[in-house]
Design a protein around this ligand. Structure first.
Ligand SMILES: [Zn+2]
Ligand SMILES: [Zn+2]
Length: 540
């Protein structure tokens, strides 16, 4: 059993546990285990057989027992039982058309149906009206929902990590390519697609329908299908002939305005062939948003241009790894430097560092540097802006540090003028090097604050302060269009992960992709430069 298949089973199990009313923490433990297994290079099935799987961080005894069952029997008995009782197929369909899981099961029981097809047939026959509590209005709503399912959208977009786990898992299982919003690294994915080349599409479609993550197929054509996850997230599968794979990939990648500007597309087996036939330079998917046939920026940022990460946490605040462990992981990623930026005390919801702790941490960082030289861990801080606009550490402590990330955590709802005044004044503090997650948004949870970004960019340029593109999947802040505006204003940006664990360092690809969506070139990004130049910032 391959890692991706094991991870898919755990994800499906987590979704069903959640559906069954299990605690958030229980289902999250399985989701995290799935993520971990997906990212583990070694074959996890072998680790399980050798009794070594708990060497992976985050795998405890109960998950180990599940993994053992999965590896030995090929399935999870409890998953099967939950499937029997919870009817995930109909629940997934229900979530897609706006009916909650409990109500959908009630409807299914009253109609005596168990599958998407049976449900559709019952609705078409007008049998819904015989169900107690279903009036003409509800019937009309469900019918409309079923009709719309030929081009469905999830109720809310998926963050990039979840979109890639889902689409990447499907693509791996079918030997295809991820397309749609995740391939363009859109911050929130609504349109998730996978493209698989095959002369004969039937076996691919069957394999797709049999995937653990796809609970229901709501649309099936000869070379296309739409499947739904138990959460009601639609995944489109496109199965072109190999000779037109490139064409199908361009089309499924989108976005619609971009593809429309290229139409009519030439037929080609690869994207290169399609672009060549069109006489248009190949365009990185991140930049396929608006109508354009232009040459992409020559030195568009790439992941391997990044020389260091300037915002990470450790066990000194709410991180999971030590300074040394984070440093070693950064070296393994090929970095030259890493700024340790734990929280200050004002953040409150998690432990923060006071002046004394910052100095003690400095000793640990110095020791790490002795062991890791010539690699450099920087003494940094993620310093809160206090309610009165001052910083959460004394000036003499701030002056000792190599790298100060300025962060607003509380008070995101303040009115624009006051918020902007507070943040920009704090940016003028001589110790500050970079403004973290400027708009404070949390995708699907919190809208952006009222900070006047134009003003913040002006002050950043005046003061020589950098501005962060935060790579946490629910932040991605600055977002793409703001990256573009910042660069046009002459701001230096930093692509940072805000990692709270060794694995969190991998979110650099999200920060880089977001910067690319804003057309950031290597010279626009501070942490593509050697450390001496990074530290020259504000010392002009
Ligand atoms: Zn923060
Ligand atoms: Zn942080």
């Amino acid at each position: 059993m391959e890692n991706a298949a094991i991870a898919a089973q755990l994800d499906a199990f987590a979704a069903l546990l959640e559906l069954n009313g299990a605690s958030f923490y229980t289902s999250r433990a399985y989701r995290r285990a799935a993520e971990l297994i997906r990212d583990t290079p070694a074959p996890v099935a072998e680790l399980v057989r050798e009794g070594r799987v708990r060497e992976l961080r985050g795998i405890g005894p109960s998950i180990e027992a599940r993994l053992r069952e999965l590896v030995e029997t090929g399935e999870l008995a409890e998953l099967r039982e939950l499937e029997e009782s919870l009817m995930p197929e109909l629940v997934g369909l229900g979530q897609l058309i706006g009916v909650g899981p409990k109500r959908m099961r009630e409807l299914a029981q009253a109609l005596g149906v168990r599958t998407t097809e049976e449900f559709r047939a019952a609705v078409a026959e007008g049998r819904l009206r015989s169900v107690p509590g279903v009036g003409p209005k509800t019937e009309a709503k469900l019918k409309a929902g079923l009709e719309r399912s030929s081009k469905p959208r999830p109720r809310r977009g998926l963050t990039l990590n979840r979109a890639w786990a889902l689409a990447g898992g499907v693509a791996d299982a079918l030997d295809g390519e991820v397309a749609g919003d995740p391939r363009r690294w859109r911050d929130s994915s609504e349109d998730i697609a996978v493209v698989v080349a095959a002369e004969d599409p039937a076996p691919v479609l069957e394999q797709f329908e049999a995937l653990t993550e796809i609970v229901s197929v709501v649309e099936r054509e000869e070379r296309r299908a739409i499947g739904v996850t138990v959460e009601g997230v639609p995944v489109e599968l496109v199965v072109p002939e190999p000779s037109s794979f490139g064409t199908a990939l361009v089309r499924a990648t989108g976005a619609v305005p971009y593809v429309s500007a290229l139409e009519p597309l030439a037929l080609g087996a690869s994207e290169d062939a399609v672009y060549e036939a069109l006489g248009v330079p190949w365009c990185p998917p991140e930049l396929r948003e608006r109508a354009s046939r232009d040459e992409p920026p020559r030195f568009l940022l790439r992941a391997d241009d990044v020389r260091g990460d300037l915002h990470v946490h450790t066990t000194w605040s709410d991180g999971k790894a030590s300074v040394l462990e984070m440093g070693e992981a950064a070296i393994a990623l090929g970095y030259e430097y890493l700024a340790i930026c734990d929280h200050t005390v004002n953040v409150r919801v998690v432990p923060g560092l006071d002046a004394d702790a910052v100095r003690r941490q400095g000793e640990e960082i110095a020791e790490a540097n002795e062991r890791l030289a010539p690699f450099r861990t920087l003494r940094g801080i993620e310093c809160d802006i206090l309610a009165d606009g001052t910083l959460d550490l004394p000036d003499d402590v701030l002056a000792e540090l190599d790298w100060v990330q300025l962060s607003l955590h509380a008070g995101q709802r303040q009115a624009g003028p006051e918020l902007t005044r507070k943040v920009t004044e704090a940016m003028r503090h001589p110790a500050v090097r970079c403004l973290s997650h400027p708009t404070g948004r949390l995708i699907n949870h919190r809208p952006p604050n009222a900070l006047d970004l134009e003003r913040a960019f002006e002050v950043a340029v005046e003061e020589g302060v950098a501005i962060e593109v935060n790579g946490l999947p629910d932040r991605l802040d600055l977002r793409d269009e703001h990256v573009r505006e910042a660069i046009e204003a002459g701001v230096q940006i930093c692509v940072n992960t805000d990692a709270h664990s060794v694995r969190g360092l991998a979110n650099m690809r999200l920060a880089v992709a977001t910067a690319r969506r804003g057309a950031a070139q290597v010279a626009d990004v501070l942490n593509t430069k050697p450390l001496e130049q990074v530290l020259e910032l504000r010392r002009r």
